[in-house]
Design a protein around this ligand. Sequence first.
Ligand SMILES: *Cc1c(COP(=O)(O)O)cnc(C)c1O
Length: 368
Amino acid sequence: MPALPATDHLRTWVEINLGALVRNLAFVRKRIGPGVGILAVVKANAYGHGVANVVKALAHDTEVFGVANITEAAEVGAAGTGRAVMLLSPCLPAERETAVRCGYIVTVSTAAEVLCYLRHGSLSVNFKIDTGMGRAGCGPEMALEELRLILEMDGVSLHSISTHLPSADEDDIFTCEQLHAFETLLADWRRLLCGTKFHVLNSAGILTFPSHSLDLVRPGLILYGVSPLPEYSTEIEPVLTWKSRVILLRDLPTGASVSYGRSFIAKNPIRTALVAVGYADGFPRQVSGRGACVLVRGVRCPLLGRVTMDQIVVDVSRVPDAALGDEATLIGSDGSAKIDISELAHQADTIPWEILTGIGRRVEHFQT
Ligand SMILES: *Cc1c(COP(=O)(O)O)cnc(C)c1O
């Protein structure tokens, strides 16, 4: 990821603030205290931030990097930090050989799954228990039996035992029950298995239940400076700023309609700016007609009509000196004005994770 050059030729780009990333990691460290490992989640190209630079910036206080699949694991490996890599999702049968050969820690839900991997050589596993996510993992009633079978196998090193929280940002009671269930079920094993790491907490869990950090925590979103809980958003710094540029200015008369479906009709004469970003870049079409804004010269300029594939139209009537080539900030700050990713996600009826990972291929990356 190159450092930011003159950007006047760029139509849409993101600026990645690696200093903020490192400070967010320090925030996690402060919250969990010393003696707990950090498994930094860098799946989906580090939540759209560019995995190579993110991994290098986080390596100094990261024990393991978490990814979704072997392609992402190879990208982390190529960054050359020498840190362990965990595959958080199950592998396809055709991916298992590579996973074993490359020494990735694989996440398994059963002992039978471990046997399949063992055909390709010895390996490290993260045994996952399902305490309420209902996705991967072994049901708690079978977990101890499966665990015993895994521990009897030659060639298997049990790196960790984990579970995942589905509602740590919205349901404290359920989350508490889950934490309790996991810790009670495994209390004896935690004493017996000294080398094995126990881990549960994602970003929301780290914010709400830091005393349950156990041996390892798995932050994703908070490393990128976005809080799943609004009350913590001032304690971390957004890493990503998303910008585009004004490619045309026009004056439209009263009664003019804007964009597909003519969902916006001008009630007064307005000055419009065409901005070079669309849903093909990941700017969510769902925000159309929902009060979304972009910043031009530090002023919030409302989106008019529907988002199209390559362009959006915004109202710059309140920016008399708006000029061709001006920056338009889609996510981030300009002067004292700010557009928060949570605001955009809310308007799109989605979550910040989806906006970040949806930023498209035409959007160039630069570090600041
Ligand atoms: C993605 C993921 C995380 C990180 O979640 P955030 O909410 O972004 O912190 C943690 N654990 C697992 C198993 C995941 O798949």
